[in-house]
Design a protein around this ligand. Structure first.
Ligand code: ADP
Ligand code: MG
Length: 730
């Protein structure tokens, strides 16, 4: 009896399957599914169900599920959508725990379909798990279960899992991968994700002992924050390779905050990848290469490449591809270089990185000695071999009668494997397929055999320099155990509901959705964020007396619900030194505002202390439709949208996220101190970002916000302007 630890196990290792919709018609999908399972070697019990009865492929067709004299683990349903609600009810009555809805014609087709889909989910709730509709379901060699057209898929189990909504695309990915030698633990095509979605599958695969690498083709996610949370928990555990298509559109144009308008279409996904350590790929080739890479080098690899070529020409291509991918080709240690110089002939070779052997079929001993020398170098993480002719046929074409004897060439194949096993340093081979275009299909067959041999021995083979370095740079992104970043305990120790009360009070008092500077700063101050406190004055006289109380130098700003960018219309006066200047400023602001925005309702002016000069930064928040709130950090001030030097992270932030997003901006050197600009208090800024992350989580009614500028000093920072935009429906 199969031991089911997780309800999703029923999909991958069912012992009894009922195929609902199988018929005597051999082209019906139900029947094709039975055929595929038989071809694949399914050993469990199979039952066909169709209200018309009859026989199919030697199986009796039951008219009703209830008539089957057995318990069923999985129902595979291929009947038209209008009958499915009733069938799901029958499945529940029969005690079935899992159903694949192969049938299309649901939410992907419009409102009618969406309603039926919803009905199914409601009926299914907690009683049966549904994969689909509009999907191919699971492929799992261990459970000897495959998809409708997967009778010929490999029966050998591997360690790679794949999830994709689209059935056809999963077939296409599996097909390519199998050809490269990749073998799967579990694959799920989950269609419209009415019940089981990418989050369920990711959580399941993360815990699945048979799965070491998770790959995923993603169009969108049902629940962004949940998916983000699970992916982040996986960080540093299993490589998660995501081929993401169709990036989200954010309403940048409609935004009234800087943060909103600075977030682009792929901002949230970029942040997602940085925060989860998941690996983004953008083509089928890249997905396949990266999967091959991780299959051979599961722990990922370092940046520093030793590149060795059987000829000089390709070294430049390799060096370029390396540089573009972000990998490095460092100098060898002096003793390595000296040893290489000794090993290589003086003429037509190079003993520096990239190494040129000057000969595409080097003697065995020479190749072995070269690889050993480079493997022993501590400056090197990984070795890439190109244009060494491992192919006997190729060698004959190139060298004719002077080609090395066949046995020697066969023995050449073992050299990289031996060295890799001895030094445990990854070795990669580039074996271009265009070489095989020269002659015949036998060359391609030989090339594949060579590739399979290396793959089986943990050495990935790639087709070109570019694809090699692209895949390797993806391997660099993953580091086992790198997922130790934590979301800090509440920094804000006092009871959060107390702080939130002030925010809710302000919300209650007015029905505006854009809070003014005074309201924003009151809230921020309550959360322990340092602000220049503004005081409202409704007349010139009031302004003078407030100013005298506060002390000089000081700043005056317009307060009007219609004016969010105050300095644009002459609504900010800085550095006021005395009563006269306050009076003048008041008059000038009123004239400017009336001239530029006649319709604006003026509530008065705010007066506040002039902050000391420092580095003007921005911190802000905007909401992504899929992932929710994202924090922004960058160079601030009135030119923030021109400079666009900002970084984003999805909320909640870990301490690592806060550190990374600060270090990621181009102007980071300025933050560390540059020319007259002294270093700013980076630790304080990190804490402030974490505090904001917490603040945002506590107050979901905030739709967008900016603190711009936040003036940073060598000790602390102060918010001199703030803007909060609400969405009260939250
Ligand atoms: P807005 O962004 O609506 O135009 P701000 O309040 O940000 O208005 O003011 C514009 C600029 O004036 C800021 O970018 C900052 O350089 C400066 N500024 C504003 N308030 C202060 C202050 N209290 N201390 C020092 N400089 C200030
Ligand atoms: Mg501002």
């Amino acid at each position: 009896m199969t031991n089911y630890n997780n309800e999703l196990d029923y999909f991958f290792r069912p012992e009894a399957i009922a195929v609902i919709g199988a018929s005597e018609n051999l082209v019906s999908y139900g029947t094709r599914y039975i055929q595929a399972l038989l071809d694949f070697g399914y050993k469990g019990k199979l039952y066909a169900v169709n209200h018309k009865g009859d026989k199919v492929l030697g199986y009796k067709i039951y008219r009703k599920l209830a008539d089957i004299p057995d318990t069923i683990d999985l129902a595979f349903i291929t009947i038209p959508s209008r009958f499915i609600v009733d069938i799901v009810k029958e499945c529940i009555e029969k005690g079935i725990k899992a159903a694949v809805l192969f049938t299309a014609g649901f939410s992907e087709t419009g409102e009618q379909g969406r309603i039926i889909e919803q009905q199914i989910v409601q009926i299914a709730e907690k009683k049966i798990r549904i994969m689909g509709p509009n999907c191919f379901g699971p492929y799992c060699p261990e459970g000897v279960i495959t998809v409708v057209t997967g009778g010929d898929f490999s029966k050998e189990a591997g360690t790679v899992a794949l999830t994709a909504q689209s059935g056809q695309l999963s077939e296409c990915i599996i097909g390519r991968a199998l050809g490269e030698g990749i073998r799967y633990s579990k694959v799920a095509s989950y269609g419209n994700a009415s019940d089981i979605n990418e989050s369920d599958l990711l959580e399941y695969l993360m815990q699945d002992d048979d799965t070491k690498i998770i790959t995923s083709y993603l169009e969108g996610v049902k629940d962004g924050p949940q998916y983000f949370d699970i992916a982040r928990r996986n960080s540093g555990k299993k490589p998660l390779i995501i081929w993401k298509v169709g990036l989200t559109q954010i309403g940048a144009a409609a935004s009234s905050s800087h943060t909103g308008s600075l977030a682009g279409t792929d901002t949230a996904w970029n942040a997602f990848f940085q925060q989860t350590n998941a690996i983004p790929v953008s083509t089928l080739d890249e997905l396949t290469d990266t999967t091959v890479g991780f299959s051979c080098i599961p722990e990922g690899c370092g940046l520093r490449v030793a590149y060795v070529s059987g000829g000089g020409a390709g070294t430049v291509i390799g060096a370029d591809a390396c540089e573009i991918s972000g990998m490095k080709m460092p100098d060898f240690a002096a003793e390595t270089e000296a040893k290489l110089r000794e090993l290589l002939p003086n003429i037509g070779t190079s003993s520096r990185n990239p190494v040129d052997i000057g000969n595409p079929h080097p003697p065995l001993e020479l190749l072995e000695a070269l690889l050993e020398t480079m493997s022993a170098d501590e400056n090197i993480d990984i070795i890439v071999i190109r244009r060494v002719l491992f192919s006997v046929k190729m060698s004959k074409i190139f060298s004719g009668t002077t080609a090395p004897p066949e046995e020697q060439q066969q023995a050449l194949l073992e050299v990289p494997v031996r060295v890799r096993n001895k030094y445990k340093k990854p070795i990669i081979i580039i074996l271009p397929e265009d070489l095989t275009g020269v002659e015949s299909i036998e060359l391609e067959v030989e090339r594949r055999n060579i590739r399979d041999y290396f793959f089986a021995n943990g050495i990935p083979v790639f087709l070109s320099e570019q694809r090699t370095f692209n895949a390797l740079s993806n391997l660099v992104k993953f580091r086992v155990g790198s997922g130790k970043d934590i979301i800090p305990e509440k920094i804000h120790k006092s009871v959060s509901s107390e702080n939130r009360k002030i925010f809710l009070d302000i919300l209650k008092k007015s029905d505006r959705n854009i809070l003014d500077e005074i309201q924003c700063k009151t809230i921020l101050k309550e959360y322990g964020i340092n602000v220049t406190e503004p005081v409202l004055a409704k007349s010139e006289d009031e302004a003078v007396s407030v100013a005298n109380n506060l002390g000089y130098p000081m700043v005056m700003k317009i307060i009007s619900p219609q004016i969010t960018h105050k300095s644009d219309i002459g609504g900010v006066k800085l550095c006021l030194q005395n009563e006269d200047q306050v009076k003048n400023a008041y008059g000038e602001i009123m004239t400017a505002v009336k001239e530029k925005t006649a319709e604006a309702v003026i509530e008065g002016v705010s007066l506040q202390k002039m902050a000391e000069p420092g580095l003007e930064l921005v911190m802000g928040m905007t909401k992504d439709p899929q992932f929710g709130p994202m924090l922004m950090f960058g160079l601030g001030g009135t030119f923030v949208e021109v400079i666009k030097d900002v970084s984003f992270r999805i909320v909640p932030l870990t301490n690592k996220d806060a550190g990374d997003m600060i270090r990621q901006i181009k102007a980071y050197r300025m933050l560390e101190g540059y020319r007259e600009q002294p270093a700013v208090d980076i630790e304080y800024l990190e804490k402030l970002l974490l505090k904001l992350s917490e603040f945002i989580e506590e107050n979901p009614e905030i739709k967008e916000m900016d603190i711009n500028p936040l003036i940073a000093y060598s000790d602390g920072a102060v918010a001199v302007d703030a803007r909060i935009i609400l969405d009260r429906k939250q």
